[in-house]
Design a protein around this ligand. Structure first.
Ligand SMILES: Cc1cc2nc3c(=O)[nH]c(=O)nc-3n(C[C@H](O)[C@H](O)[C@H](O)COP(=O)(O)O)c2cc1C
Ligand code: SF4
Length: 487
């Protein structure tokens, strides 16, 4: 993963934990309405893919146990991991592209209700992503996948030569010469794996995204409602289709790119289709980027514009993340797909404890605050969820008190300790297992392995009673909290 030039080692700074009485009077543990849904507290577990679905996208018992364990901690809301809206194979990622996925998702909803005694609200993050191929073995790419053209023949001075001869000549070329003979997209396909972009409008499936996606998102949202979720979060963040539509790099000339209005057009059309499908009494919001953090990417000012437009359209909540793009991702190993959290933008999304002087805690706060202010200045009260390195009560409370957010998201901090919420609320903050921002969990995500935290995955191992990961070495869910005395 990318690291800043400065290598300052940061330790977690959870600050002073509140007594039960202080927690009871806090903003963090006060209720808030998201349109038709009320959260008991302003705490939120953002979407995190744990790699526990079946190969064909169904919910497993491990998924159910995972979310039930998080629900025992009683956060105000959990957002279920990014779940695909298309009915196409996408590996062990959850899917909602057909009615056959509804029963499994419904069991998951039931498990969360039961484990939180009805307190935690459950949203589902719905996602569309474009095709991305694994990084090929170079000989194979040059011999089989590269589409040969006259450009290659001319560059090699092999006009009139047969395909096989040209391909073998390419295989024999040193890297620097290959970089001259192949164009930028061919080189990308060779060195990173071919990746579709929303600007590839010469491809019918890309040209037709504006016609196809509103219906797909709407059908997914209708299924989410049927499965019992409290609402849907449209995934407009990171490296995926809708974030790419919003991106400053979206130069589509068909009315769905170029200007800020053009870039926001499909996300707004998708929202309207979803709203029509689920009705006005169902919570619908989106997650988008406060900044893309890549060269030429969207700025905070762009985020301010989008935030106001989404609020104006009637979204019930807006959740702000940052970075996490393919554009600056590191080349993956051969046979692996590019991972959008390996470059600088990935670092901004999930900063590591070895950081620069700004540190890993709250890098998203200032941009998110400006976006929230723009939304308020435009006259909308849409709740804004902010994440990024939150692990202490004072930090969260201060963010709310200074009007930096309406709801505070804890992703890795809740993975390190899903009981964070109940412990802090009950005056047991000193018993929280505090995330150290090692990104061990992110490394597992990158390798598509079951996500766990190394602060607990080797604790109280009892192979007789504990569900273990496929490699047999790690427990799959955190051990139960053994309560101590109240502060
Ligand atoms: C293992 C893992 C999986 C993640 N999966 C998703 C995802 O499915 N959708 C999403 O929007 N963000 C995802 N994220 C990003 C988190 O939601 C969050 O934005 C990020 O970790 C920063 O918050 P934090 O500093 O509280 O961890 C993931 C993060 C981790 C660590
Ligand atoms: S592995 Fe655990 S401690 Fe490390 S970043 Fe992930 S949640 Fe935090």
């Amino acid at each position: 993963m990318w690291r800043p030039a400065q290598k300052i080692k940061w330790k977690p700074m959870p600050g002073v934990w509140p007594t039960r009485e202080q927690a009871r009077r806090s903003r963090l543990f006060s209720p808030i309405a998201l349109g038709p849904v009320e959260l008991a507290t302003r705490t939120w577990i953002p979407a995190m893919v744990p790699w526990r679905a079946t190969e064909d996208g169904f919910v497993t018992q491990d998924n159910i146990d995972w979310y039930a364990r998080f629900a025992q901690g009683r956060p105000g809301a959990i957002v279920l991991e990014a779940t695909g809206i298309r009915d196409v194979p996408s590996g062990p990622l959850l899917r909602i592209g057909d009615d056959r996925f509804i029963p499994g998702l419904r069991s998951l909803v039931d498990a969360v209700r039961q484990a939180s005694e009805g307190e935690t609200r459950l949203f589902i993050q719905v996602i569309d992503f474009l095709s991305i191929r694994r990084r090929p073995e170079p000989g194979r790419y040059l011999r089989q996948h590269l589409r040969l053209t006259d450009r290659h023949r001319t560059a090699l001075a092999m006009e009139g030569a047969g395909d096989d001869a040209v391909r073998e000549a390419l295989v024999a070329l040193p890297d620097e010469r290959l970089a001259e003979v192949l164009d930028a997209r061919e080189l990308e396909a060779l060195r990173l794996g071919a990746r579709e972009r929303v600007t590839d409008t010469y491809l019918p499936q890309i040209r037709e995204l504006p016609q196809v996606l509103p219906g797909l998102f709407a059908a997914a949202a209708r299924r989410a409602r049927e499965a019992g979720f409290d609402g849907v979060e449209l995934h407009y963040a990171h490296a995926y289709t809708m974030a790419s539509m919003l991106s400053a790099l979206n130069t589509r000339s068909d009315g769905y790119g170029g200007t800020l209005e053009g870039r926001a057009r499909l996300p707004l059309e998708v929202y309207r289709a979803v709203r029509q499908a689920v009705g006005s009494d169902y919570a619908v919001g989106c997650r988008f980027l406060s900044e893309e953090c890549i060269a030429g990417g969207s700025s905070v000012e762009d985020g301010m514009h989008f935030g106001v437009e989404f609020a104006r359209a009637g979204m019930d909540f807006l959740s702000l993340s940052r970075g996490g793009k393919f554009e600056d991702a590191k080349p993956p190993a051969i046979g692996w797909a590019s991972y959008p959290y390996t470059g600088r933008s990935g670092y901004e999304c999930m900063p590591h404890h070895i950081s620069d002087e700004r540190g890993p805690y709250g890098r998203n706060f200032d941009p998110a605050r400006r976006i929230r202010q723009a939304i308020r200045a435009a006259g909308y009260s849409t709740p804004v969820v902010v994440v990024g390195g939150v692990h202490g009560f004072e930090q969260a409370e201060n963010l709310l008190a200074t009007e930096g957010a309406d709801i505070v998201g804890l992703a890795r901090a809740s993975l390190a300790d899903p009981d964070w919420f109940v412990k802090v609320r009950e005056g047991h903050g000193e018993q929280v297992t505090v995330c150290v921002y090692s990104n061990y969990c992110e490394g597992l995500d990158e390798k598509h392995k079951e996500v766990t935290c190394n602060l607990w995955d080797h604790v109280d191992l009892d192979p007789g009673g504990v569900r273990m990961s496929k490699d047999g070495k790690r427990r799959l869910i955190p051990p139960p909290w053994r309560r101590g005395p109240v502060a």
